[in-house]
Design a protein around this ligand. Structure first.
Ligand SMILES: [Zn+2]
Length: 451
């Protein structure tokens, strides 16, 4: 599987606009992801009261900004009646943004993004400008605000991974000044996105019941289960991502091939080196100095290895279960917001050399230099985080939708308008209430938009 990620900056925004509009208007669902200049005090964001969380988030969204916006447009292809293949055409855009108002850049966020190859030179030099909060009338001309309004007009489901923070930031940066109460915010969002919002973190925890729920892990698990479905003759998802032919495209091919059998066998030797913190929480706070390996593929291999030993070693399994209860508790207390921001990325850039092409193939004669092995098979994705994260989110949603079609207990519509809340047993539900009015700013914009 190879994905084209299109970088969009001030330089090519106008020439890319028609392609983006076409992709949005043809889509069956849209997956989104943001990179932010900071998140403020993490403790406030996991306060037990959701209203307290919301007002803390409002302050943060008014003082920080969105620096990158990832949009993945999924268009479902025609399906033959007797085929099990569910085809999607996907177009991925990675937009660099530059807020015109002063905003806070947190050193923690900065360091993290630099470490993951985020191009601040590109962002400052060529970021697409925008202003936060209330704005005069927005016209048809290409702008980030117009792009956001097009998401409303598209009337298709929006897909997020852990979407509460993203929704609040989008509202403040691209739409209007945030309402003071959470109830009003929810009422506005409900009216804006009438085809509903889905959150892959919610689906994975409450409907799929995965062991872990950070994005790269879910993406890889979806790839694996999708492969098994295909070989078992069941419904599966296939994705096509074609390069755009046009002026000013800045695209990069991202390859996300699953490791083959030979590679998996070799990887098993590295199991003792898997970082425990990364395995339990999806992030390692000391990753830059930690000598252990931070690899989602290795976590999955570790789970499979444990799985096959399960029947023989029941007492061990019980011990692991109690361990994992402790680990999960720990992860929640330390605030798993960081989850989204510091996990290992498993997608590798397109292998250009013949050598690397060899690596992903399963050949018996394959020999790999030990020291460079991990480097080559699991390099870090650089610089396209928002775009590629949006793609992974949409891919997971497509797989879950297909998988849950066969479930007797649940279906994808049960996750509609349920937004994951960190360290809570309940999601935030986006619903219409007869007792709560929408905000007047929102009503003005919508009246203008739907004229
Ligand atoms: Zn580590």
């Amino acid at each position: 599987m190879e994905i084209v990620v299109n970088d969009v900056t001030r330089k090519n925004f106008i020439t890319m606009w028609p392609s983006m509009m076409l992709a949005i208007r043809n889509s069956h669902f849209l997956a989104l992801d943001l990179e932010l200049s900071g998140l403020g005090d993490r403790k406030q964001l996991s306060a037990s009261s959701i209203d307290v969380r919301y007002s803390a988030l409002c302050n943060i969204a008014r003082s920080r900004s969105v620096i990158s916006f990832g949009l993945a447009c999924f268009c479902q292809g025609a399906t033959d009646e007797d085929s099990h293949e569910r085809k999607y055409n996907v177009q991925v855009f990675n937009l660099f943004l530059l807020c015109d108002d002063d905003y806070i850049v947190e050193s923690q966020a900065l360091q993290f993004l630099v470490k993951h190859g985020f191009d601040f030179n590109k962002q400052y030099a060529f970021g697409i400008p925008y202003k936060r909060g209330i704005q005069e009338k927005v016209d048809q001309h290409p702008s980030i605000r117009r792009l956001f309004l097009e998401l409303i007009l598209a009337k298709v489901p929006l897909i997020f991974h852990n979407g509460f923070i993203d929704l609040v930031f989008m509202y403040q940066c691209f739409y209007s000044d945030l309402p003071n109460s959470l109830q009003t915010f929810v009422a506005d969002i409900f009216e804006m996105f009438q085809s509903g919002i889905h959150d892959t973190k919610y689906i994975s925890e409450y409907q799929i019941r995965e062991n872990l729920s950070f994005l790269e892990y879910l993406f890889r698990k979806c790839q694996h289960s999708n492969e098994s479905m295909k070989s078992a003759g069941k419904r599966y998802v296939s994705v096509q991502s074609k390069a755009l032919h046009g002026v000013g495209t800045e695209e990069e091919l991202v390859s996300c091939v699953l490791p083959g059998i030979t590679i998996t066998k070799t990887l098993k030797n590295y199991l003792p080196q898997l970082c425990k913190s990364f395995q339990e929480r999806g992030y390692c706070q000391t990753e830059s100095s930690c000598a252990k390996i931070h690899s989602v593929d290795l976590i999955i291999i570790s789970e499979e290895t444990n799985q096959s030993k399960k029947s023989r070693k029941r007492s061990r399994k019980r011990r692991r279960q109690s361990e994992s209860i402790v680990a999960n508790g720990d992860a929640q207390n330390s605030g798993s917001f960081q989850e989204e921001n510091s996990n290992g990325i498993i997608a590798s850039k397109k292998a250009k050399s013949e050598n690397q092409e060899e690596l992903v193939r399963d050949s018996k004669s394959e020999t790999i230099a030990e020291d460079s092995f991990i480097e080559q098979i699991l390099p870090r994705m650089k610089g396209h985080r928002a775009g590629f994260d949006a793609f992974m989110t949409g891919y997971c949603f497509a797989c879950y939708q297909t998988e849950l079609q066969d479930s007797k207990h649940t279906n994808i519509m049960e996750s509609r308008n349920k937004i994951y809340l960190t360290a809570k047993d309940m999601p935030l539900t986006i619903l219409k209430s007869h007792f709560v009015k929408t905000s007047s700013n929102h009503r003005t914009i919508m009246a203008d938009l739907l004229k």
